[in-house]
Write a protein that binds this ligand. Structure first.
Ligand code: PLP
Length: 378
């Protein structure tokens, strides 16, 4: 198989998605399956739909277009506020978009009229993380104006936390979102059918058994793909954390000193960290680099240490686990490493399709053992 590549086990992803869909059913919350980390790959989208998500969400219209071209008909939400230059595509491809600017909603309305379509709008509210959102005091005026626009269906409100500033979704900010929904229904309505509480970092709040109020939708990406709670990057019980593996190939393996020699200035990526002399080590180079992956987000599956990375090379200490040139080395990825690897045209994506007649592999306790055909340690 070609390297570098991402091995994506769709049976494990389906298990993760179905498990979260089932757990959130009790508090009455449906799941929007988020496809952006996989660039809207139709294989992933279909697996999420089979697992029972209510619809698909992506932040880029290009990814939504990929899924539409593959014939996927499910409801799709553009979760990043539309670019004014893209409103025609948004109206043509997405059922719903998240919005914060009246001028953009007006442009969506015009585009929808021109296309003879209707477009649904969810207004995003700022609740402290300071990324997108309308300040709560300005919400009434926005709703009033949105309700008047032709071919626009105002569907509800949402918020997004923990992405820019790490603000934790809790009873207080989620309670405020519920109260805002109640207030809008009282003054305008009933007008609110969607109250979208947030992303994977809302799971702790949503599943702790307390009242979840009006929140009836969460948009989940990382928790489904990586099985992790993004607030502390801890595994979520019962979910696979090894559904996606990065595999790269060794192109050099030699005993070398651990300390560089010569006068030291900056490297290609800034100042060098101090390197302590550990004497000679076995050093291996892999044919993958910063252009393909965030090296800080990789965890080797074997007893190997990552020493550094340049544009096209990953440098490993393989003293405890000798590697021969041409062999494959596997890694788990965090969200940042996954995003970059998915986006690199040099990384092949290999999907392992679920076998509909077999249950998925058992969930392994936290970190998994080396899998596949990786060379074993000597
Ligand atoms: C990416 C994104 C999500 C999904 O976040 P995860 O942490 O991957 O679950 C949800 N909402 C918005 C607006 C997003 O951009």
């Amino acid at each position: 198989m070609s390297t570098p590549r991402l091995d994506i086990d769709l049976a494990k992803i389906r298990h993760n998605a179905a498990t979260l869909v089932a757990r959130l059913r009790r508090p009455g919350i449906s799941v929007t399956g988020v496809t952006k980390a996989c660039l809207g790959d139709p294989c992933l989208a279909n697996v999420l739909l089979k697992a029972g998500v209510g619809g698909l969400g992506d932040s880029r219209i290009e990814n939504i277009e990929t899924m539409r071209r593959a014939g996927i008909r499910a409801p799709m939400t553009l979760m990043r506020a539309p670019m004014p230059s893209q409103v025609d595509r948004v109206v043509a491809l997405a059922d719903t978009s998240f919005n914060t600017e009246l001028s953009v909603i007006r442009a969506l309305s015009q585009a929808a009229c021109k296309a003879g379509r209707r477009h649904a709008v969810v207004l995003m509210v700022e609740l402290g993380d300071l990324r997108e959102g309308i300040m709560p005091d300005d919400l009434d005026a926005m709703v009033r104006a949105t309700l008047l626009l032709p071919n626009i269906d105002f569907k509800g409100i949402g918020t997004n936390l923990a992405c820019r500033s790490g603000v934790v979704p809790d009873a207080q900010n989620m309670g405020e979102l519920s109260r805002l929904a109640d207030g809008l229904d009282r003054r305008f309505g009933p007008v609110i059918s969607i109250v979208s509480g947030g992303n994977s970092s809302n799971l702790q709040w949503a599943l702790n058994g307390a009242d979840t109020g009006r929140i009836n939708d969460l948009r989940l990406g990382e928790a489904i793909l990586l099985g992790l709670d993004p607030l502390h990057r801890r595994p979520i019980t019962g979910l696979h954390t090894d559904a996606i593996t990065l595999v790269a190939e060794a192109i050099e393996s030699k005993d070398k000193p651990s300390r560089p020699w010569g006068a030291i200035a900056q490297s290609a990526f800034g100042a060098m960290p101090g390197i302590t002399d550990q004497g000679p080590i076995n050093q291996t180079l892999l044919a993958i680099g910063r252009q393909d992956v965030d090296p800080a987000g990789l965890t080797p599956l074997q007893d190997i240490e990552i020493l550094g990375a340049s544009s096209d090379h990953l440098i490993l200490d393989t003293s405890k686990c000798k590697v021969s040139v041409g062999s494959e080395i596997g890694f788990q990825l965090n969200y940042s490493a996954l995003l970059r690897a998915m986006t690199s045209p040099f990384v092949t994506k290999t999907f392992v399709q679920p076998d509909d007649h077999r249950p998925s592999a058992p969930v392994l306790p936290t970190r998994s053992k080396p899998i596949g055909n990786f060379q074993q340690c000597h």
